[in-house]
Design a binder for this molecule. Structure first.
Ligand SMILES: C[S@@+](CC[C@H](N)C(=O)[O-])C[C@H]1O[C@@H](n2cnc3c(N)ncnc32)[C@H](O)[C@@H]1O
Length: 371
């Protein structure tokens, strides 16, 4: 018992509340394996080692469920896990330093009466969005088998496949040799055990030789790239076949296609301002675009997935796994959710969208580019 620490002492040293430690114990995340004579929880050195890891991942913004998977991963030992945690913490430190530097520059500019452009304000977060929101991703984002089948069919007889902007790997074909590319450390850390090898890189600069893969695929990621056209050209360079699941942001009619953006979230339009047209995206790889309908019970919780299940958008968990909600800002999000809640309660949503109930799948602008 000599090496054990009481719950109060652990809380004091680690800077967390006793209540938090009790909660972790209660859900089996970090158990205190002993009790003092007075009946208080006591932590052994092994318990503390585990707690230290859990708190590290908490600081990085991971959810408790993801943390449990990370610390219970039988494929890694404590040393390997500490290296991973160290890498993630260093990245977070670098990002914080970059953000502080950007704020300092803005403050200096303001003192001289110079206003920072909207673009520069956002660059502070830029492509690192997934470092912030990525931990909430796996809660509702998973393979939709009917859409996966379309992607895998489009890959043809490709044996080697590069998955760009791979995230947690939801659409990686299980029967081919896959290499993943994913810039976000938070997303890479959440790839399941046994997932394909994953390289830390961006689409715009793929670290591979020309024509080194049979096919390159990108699913629901192109709209996050700094330069979508450059990224698509890179895919074309490294692979003989290219398959891209993306969104047609162009006129005519995108505004009216989806009730959520039409009636509740007009701010979505602002996200599309710099977005290349489907024709430009298709031209960059030299292919054709096919519509992909969204099934009414779509298993992958992307933005449009719940078009016939509007109550889902009231759930925080559903929204947090979709970047649109973070990108439009908290005010627009709160207003959209409040209005939707009201309209669901009053029957106004049902009245306006009564035609949807009869549909099994909807055309909401999703496209598969195949080249
Ligand atoms: C909506 S997630 C899609 C993940 C995965 N393809 C899926 O369908 O589950 C978008 C992913 O694109 C990644 N991403 C952002 N910028 C990127 C870039 N420049 N190059 C490659 N991937 C990028 C993000 O880190 C994130 O993992």
């Amino acid at each position: 018992m000599a090496e054990h620490l009481t719950v109060g002492r652990v809380a004091e040293l680690a800077g967390v509340s006793v209540r938090t430690l009790h909660h972790y114990d209660g859900i089996g995340l970090v158990r205190a394996s002993a009790r003092t004579a007075a009946g208080y929880r006591a932590y052994s050195p092994d318990d503390v080692e585990r707690l230290r890891e859990v708190l590290g991942y908490r600081r990085l913004g991971f959810g408790l469920r993801e943390i449990a998977d990370l610390v219970d991963d039988p494929a890694t030992d404590t040393g390997a896990r500490l290296h991973r945690l160290r890498g993630l913490l260093l990245e977070q430190r670098d990002r914080a330093s970059a953000a502080v530097a950007a704020i300092d520059t803005e403050l200096r500019g303001r003192a001289m009466g110079i206003r920072t452009t909207s673009e520069d304000q956002l660059k502070m977060f830029g492509a690192r969005l997934y470092e912030t929101i990525g931990a909430d991703y796996p809660a509702t984002r998973r393979t939709e088998p009917r859409i996966a089948a379309r992607v895998w069919e489009a890959l043809g007889d490709a044996r080697t496949v590069l998955n760009v902007g791979a995230g947690t790997g939801s659409y990686e074909p299980p029967d081919r040799e896959v290499t993943a590319v994913e810039p976000s450390a938070v997303m890479r850390a959440q790839r399941p055990r046994g997932a394909a090898r994953c390289v830390a890189a961006t689409a715009e600069s793929l670290p591979f030789e020309d024509q080194s893969f049979d096919a390159a695929m990108a699913f629901s990621t192109v709209h996050h790239w700094d330069d979508p056209i450059a990224g698509l050209r890179e895919m074309r360079r490294v692979a003989r076949r290219v398959v891209v699941f993306t969104y047609d942001a162009g006129p005519p009619g995108w505004r009216d296609r989806f009730w959520l953006t039409r009636d509740y979230l007009p701010e979505f339009a602002g996200l599309l301002d710099d977005w290349p047209s489907l024709a430009d995206l298709t031209r960059a790889v030299g292919g054709r675009a096919e519509p992909v309908l969204v099934p009414w019970d779509c298993a992958d919780g992307f933005f449009e997935a719940h078009w016939r299940r509007p109550e889902a958008y009231l759930e925080e968990e559903v929204r947090r796994a979709v970047s649109v909600w973070t990108r439009v800002g908290a005010e627009a999000e709160a207003r959209a959710v409040d209005r939707l809640r009201e309209d669901l309660g009053s029957g106004r949503w049902a009245e306006r969208n009564r035609d949807l109930v009869a549909l099994d799948a909807a055309e909401l602008g999703l496209r598969l580019i195949v080249a």
